[in-house]
Design a protein around this ligand. Structure first.
Ligand SMILES: Cc1cc2nc3c(=O)[nH]c(=O)nc-3n(C[C@H](O)[C@H](O)[C@H](O)COP(=O)(O)OP(=O)(O)OC[C@H]3O[C@@H](n4cnc5c(N)ncnc54)[C@H](O)[C@@H]3O)c2cc1C
Length: 407
């Protein structure tokens, strides 16, 4: 990861080349807005983290001609089978979702980022500097002066820009530089997550197990691999990866082998939301503005939709001369509303999945069966779980074709 070393005055400086910063750069660069994208890392991340790309996100990728490459690198999940400890409770079928994307795409986050980064460095409107950290900033009425530090040499210099986008993720410090308060709390349960070679024969189907002893979620990954997520047992002293295999065997009856493990991790979900997303000419976007539980797979999709809305606002300010104050205020209020909706769903999903014991589990199984078979609501489940019912921001941008022209 070296960057592409182009040097011109940027219309927007973007700090952080995670999926959100990379997509924002693509959305601005494809429409002729010059950007400087800085990333403090020097190496590309190697771990999968987020895996689910929802249809509304694919539609946004389509507008800048990214969707074909992303879909080709992922696998299409068209069905989720829901089990309790001894039977199949029902299925959620995504194949009836509106075309062209009647599926949830599974693609590991680092593979998605590779596609976004390759497209970023190919654009003449975007200068990408890896190994460069934003270390400070000052704002005045006309713009922002950003202080950048080269990780290798330690050299510090400044750059002037009308707007700065903070895409520095949950661990980023830009919101502290802006004195933006970010209240939030971790949830009580922890989860174990592991990617394995897939020997289940389930192909591209997701399987969810809700049992009295805890839940197991299993999602297909491209190239015959599979993600497993289980509720951690607080009483267990097993190593994390051994505990994950033990829980999957006990709760879902599936034997995972240590040799097939590709990666594992433990996470304690949290919910956090900046009181403000915007301070004058600086806007937070993605995990820099908010964090939700990864259960339900909405966090990165919400950040990518933030980038979509912010790009539209900045384009209007820079290219049409519209006042940035109301545009960025609209960005903040719309995206906070979308975050709340998605985060409430993630919290409900977590609550449902973390009920243990015979009685709560029996009640949950009854409720799931009723929802999947007994009510007209079942027709709304696939749009609900694929984020088609989350408010989605401003009008679509003009479509850019494969040669970078407005189609
Ligand atoms: C275990 C796990 C599983 C998840 N699963 C899902 C899922 O299935 N679906 C989903 O939608 N979401 C999921 N998420 C959430 C998803 O990973 C995040 O929402 C996503 O990474 C946020 O992207 P981002 O670009 O906002 O931030 P990040 O990915 O954190 O990127 C921020 C970037 O900014 C850089 N940076 C930081 N500070 C500076 C600075 N001062 N100057 C320059 N660069 C800087 C960092 O190095 C980093 O590269 C999951 C998260 C976890 C932890």
């Amino acid at each position: 990861m070296t960057g592409n070393g182009r040097k011109e005055d940027p219309g927007v400086v973007i700090a952080g080349a995670g999926p959100v910063g990379l997509f924002l750069a693509n959305l601005l660069g494809a429409h002729g807005v010059r950007c400087l994208l800085v990333e403090r890392r020097t190496q590309r991340p190697q771990h999968s983290r987020a895996i689910g790309i929802m249809p509304p996100t694919l539609m946004k990728f389509r507008a800048v001609d990214l969707s074909d490459a992303v879909v080709a690198a992922g696998c299409r999940v068209q069905q989720a089978v829901v089990h309790d400890s001894d039977r199949v409770l029902g299925r959620v079928d995504f194949s009836a979702l509106p075309r062209p994307y009647p599926f949830i795409l599974s693609i590991p986050q680092h593979n998605l980022m590779r596609i976004l980064e390759d497209r970023t460095v190919a654009q003449t409107t975007i200068e990408f500097r890896a190994g460069t950290e934003l270390t400070g900033m000052e704002q005045d009425a006309n713009g922002v002066t950003a202080e950048l530090r080269d990780a290798e040499t330690g050299t510090v210099h400044t750059v002037r820009t009308p707007f700065l986008a903070a895409c520095d993720g949950a661990a980023g410090r830009i919101r502290n530089m802006l004195n933006l308060d970010t209240p939030g709390t971790p949830y009580a349960p922890s989860f174990l997550m592991g990617d394995y070679e897939d020997r289940t024969g389930w192909n591209h189907t997701a399987h969810l197990f809700f049992t009295p002893g805890g839940s197991v979620e299993s999602f297909p990954l491209p190239r015959n691999k599979r993600r497993w997520v289980v509720l951690a047992d607080p009483a267990s002293s097993d190593r994390h990866s051994a505990e994950l295999r033990r829980r999957v065997r006990a709760l879902a009856g599936i034997e995972l082998s240590e040799e097939d493990e590709l990666w594992h991790s433990v996470f304690t979900p949290e919910r956090r939301l900046n009181r403000r997303y915007v301070r004058s000419r600086v806007a937070c976007c993605g995990d820099s503005a908010h964090v939700m539980s990864p259960i339900g797979g909405q966090g990165m999709n919400t950040g990518l939709a933030d980038a979509w809305h912010l790009a539209a606002s900045l384009r209007r300010a820079l290219r049409e001369g519209q006042p940035h104050g109301p545009l960025l205020a609209g960005y903040e209020s719309d995206r906070r509303r979308a975050f709340r909706r998605a985060a409430n769903r993630a919290a409900c999903g977590m609550w449902l999945g973390t009920r243990t014991g015979r009685l709560p589990s029996a009640l949950r199984s009854q409720a799931i069966r009723y929802l999947l078979f007994g009510t007209p609501l079942r027709h709304h489940l696939a749009p609900f779980f694929s984020m088609l019912t989350i408010p989605d921001g401003p009008d679509p941008a003009p479509v850019i074709d494969g040669k970078g022209r407005e189609a």
